[in-house]
Design a protein around this ligand. Structure first.
Ligand SMILES: C[S@@+](CC[C@H](N)C(=O)[O-])C[C@H]1O[C@@H](n2cnc3c(N)ncnc32)[C@H](O)[C@@H]1O
Length: 267
């Protein structure tokens, strides 16, 4: 019996996927046994983050000791490739808080939580975990000492990463709406937890402009609705936003990332 057309199409596309995987240098690097100090990364996505960080090393570089521990939040973290890369780049300093709706195997230096980030209760649990980790003399007192007020007590996060992606339906409008929901949720969380650089000066470091305040790196699907969100909501709150399409992100995919540098505080 001949296979049906839909079965044939399915198996042709799986064999295309297998060939692509076999030839993919990032999949090869991920599955290779690594030696030295670089870990064997859990996902191809790790290389996207490594690439973006190589271009903008301030993102995950360890902080000077006097500034306290670096706190990074990784949303949509499973199976853990970004968290693994972040913890490695931070050189064992600080803490990564990783959250996903799926389970994933724990990693050293990473506090994992499971839940749907769109659920406010899950976001509250994540905030509570960050608050618990934060050394009181640095985090809790910082807002009071500088007289910046109660609202700044929770602003201790240096970087919010979001690689969250809902399962694709193939219906473009639905996929764009899902991406917008996740971008909105990740950025609202960032607005209430990132260190704010309000009133601080920008400075030059190694020929590059640096911006005070925390940073947000968020995945989005390219669409005019998302451009509008960036223009209306993100731009007024950050010093600079760049669009990142790391070479490891497949050209045919409409995913890209916004690197929102230096949270200025609420306009
Ligand atoms: C591209 S994968 C992330 C890969 C990860 N950055 C890595 O390097 O291993 C996208 C993840 O987003 C998660 N995700 C999607 N919607 C979510 C939600 N509402 N809450 C939490 N996680 C979500 C998915 O479960 C999936 O694991």
């Amino acid at each position: 019996m001949r296979p049906s057309l839909s079965l044939w199409k399915k198996s042709a596309s799986s064999s295309r996927w297998l060939t692509r995987q076999a030839n993919d240098p990032y999949v090869k690097a991920r599955t290779a046994n690594t030696t030295g100090d670089a870990p064997a990364y859990r996902s191809r996505s790790s290389f996207k983050l490594l690439s973006m960080n190589a271009k903008h090393p301030f993102l995950l570089a360890p902080k000077p000791e006097f500034e306290g521990d670096k706190i990074v939040v990784d949303l949509g973290a499973a199976p853990g490739g970004w968290s693994q890369a972040a913890a490695h780049l931070m050189g064992g300093q600080g803490r990564v808080f990783a959250l996903d709706i799926l389970d994933f195997t724990p990693l050293p230096g990473v506090h994992s939580l499971k839940g749907d980030f769109l659920d406010p209760k899950v976001q509250a649990d994540l905030r509570a975990a960050i608050n618990e980790f934060r050394p009181p003399q640095f985090g809790l007192a910082a807002g009071y000492e500088s007289g910046t007020g109660e609202e700044n007590r929770e602003r201790v996060v240096d970087v919010v990463l979001s690689d969250m992606m809902a399962p694709m339906t193939g219906v473009r409008l639905r996929d764009v709406a899902a991406s917008l929901d996740l971008v909105q949720a990740a950025s609202s969380f960032a607005f209430s937890t990132l260190r704010s650089g309000q009133g601080e000066e920008t400075w030059l470091s190694k020929g590059q402009q640096r911006y005070p305040g925390g940073h947000l790196l968020v995945k989005f699907f390219q669409h005019p609705d998302l451009d509008e969100y960036k223009r209306e909501v993100l731009q007024p709150r950050f010093h600079k936003i760049t669009v990142e399409k790391p070479p490891e992100s497949r050209k045919e995919s409409s995913e890209a990332y916004w690197l929102c540098q230096g949270y200025k505080g609420e306009p």
